[in-house]
Write a protein that binds this ligand. Structure first.
Ligand SMILES: *Cc1c(COP(=O)(O)O)cnc(C)c1O
Length: 359
């Protein structure tokens, strides 16, 4: 099914104002945005407009009660200049999982994907070149009832904007294991990409940064023993030649598209993979024995972020040098080659958007 999307083009592109050789993450926004309204129980008024500010009533429900969810995905260019979007179907599905948890209406997956496709096609000139650069796509939904009082909103707005971005981290990351702060509990909303999860992570992140770390390594909330995630990335370890990542089971870990792709590529490459709990105790024991070969975060923004050091209490533990990391490097290489269309898309992951009209 094709949805009818009204298009109102920007009069003048802002693209010449952007230095594509210097793209800090999330600072620049392309010319257009997609908007849809949820009113009287249905999604309607699908439109693409010039990128613009929103005018909001101070009692807009999302500001006060946090019914607000988002997604993040990326587009790159292949050698012919076509746009390639990585696994938008997964983001569309997850968006509805988040929506359900937050008592928000679901959005037809087809609409999500079509809107991504049209916005990327329209602003394809904003897709940067280069392996580490891409067009970051940010869909989000918020409750827009103008009402004070805690209840599910009746009205929602769905928006997609895009942002040309460079590398998220410029160097391997150091992570601090948080015992004082917990990201998610069983029964909570850890599996949802809802705004509040990220607001609550900022103070612990500040404390980690004050100690000289880049990210927080989260533990489970019950025993404070098992690794969960690394900042807003899923976390992987390589110990004794086995790739290990914590399971999604308890609903406290976000089901990352990068995580699932890393796992698929590991299987394909014949890398032994275990989806299981891993404790701080096991990690530090294996580290002392010299068996920990790698640790890395996996997420759309940073893709694969090697972890070079781990802080726990007052101690800092250095992990093996980046040059020795064969597992994450070979997975990352194949992932990049698929994303940029250099090799065949055997998993059917890529949405290809032709940007040149053939005559
Ligand atoms: C978005 C996110 C991830 C990574 O998911 P991707 O789909 O790979 O981008 C991991 N953890 C958290 C908490 C996240 O918000």
């Amino acid at each position: 099914m094709k949805y009818e999307i009204k298009i109102n083009l920007a009069e003048k592109s802002k693209i010449s104002e952007v230095d594509f050789n210097n793209l800090p993450f999330g600072n620049f926004f392309s010319d257009h945005m997609f908007i849809a309204d949820y009113k009287e129980g249905t999604w309607q008024n699908f439109r693409i407009e010039p990128f613009h500010n929103l005018s909001m009533h101070p009692a807009t429900s999302a500001f006060h009660y946090g019914q607000s969810i988002f997604e993040g995905l990326k587009a790159q260019k292949d050698a012919e200049g076509n746009a390639l979007v990585f696994r938008p179907d997964r983001n569309a599905k997850r968006f509805n999982i988040s929506a359900e948890r937050m008592g928000m209406p679901s959005l037809p997956e087809g609409l999500f994907i079509q809107a991504v496709e049209e916005i990327v096609r329209l602003d394809h000139e904003w897709i940067p070149n280069g392996e580490l650069s891409s067009l970051y796509i940010r869909p989000f939904m918020m409750a827009v009832d103008e009402h004070v009082g805690i209840r599910e909103s009746d009205n929602y707005t769905f928006i997609i904007f895009t942002s040309p971005v460079g590398a998220y981290y410029s160097a391997p990351v150091k992570v601090f294991i948080s015992e004082d702060y917990i990201r998610a509990f069983p029964g909570g909303a850890g599996f949802a990409k809802c705004a509040g999860n990220y607001g609550a992570s900022l103070l612990p992140l500040r404390f980690a940064k004050e100690k000289g770390y880049d990210q927080v390594l989260w533990l489970d909330g019950i025993e404070k023993k098992y690794f969960q995630e690394c900042g807003t990335m899923n976390v992987f370890f390589v110990i004794n030649n086995v790739l290990i990542t914590p399971p999604l089971g308890a609903g406290t870990i976000l089901d990352g598209v990068t995580r699932s792709s890393v796992m698929a590529l590991a299987k394909k490459q014949g890398i032994p993979l275990e989806e299981r709990d891993i404790s701080t105790e096991e990690f530090f024991r294996e580290l002392a024995l010299g068996n920990v070969q790698e640790a890395f975060g996996a997420g759309t923004a940073a893709t694969i972020a090697p972890i070079i050091g781990v802080g726990f209490h007052d101690q800092y533990f250095e992990l093996p040098p980046i040059e020795t990391r064969t597992f994450s490097v070979s997975i990352k290489k194949e992932l990049f080659a698929i994303k940029s269309g250099e090799i065949a898309d055997e998993f059917g992951w890529m949405l290809k958007i032709p940007v040149t009209e053939k005559v």
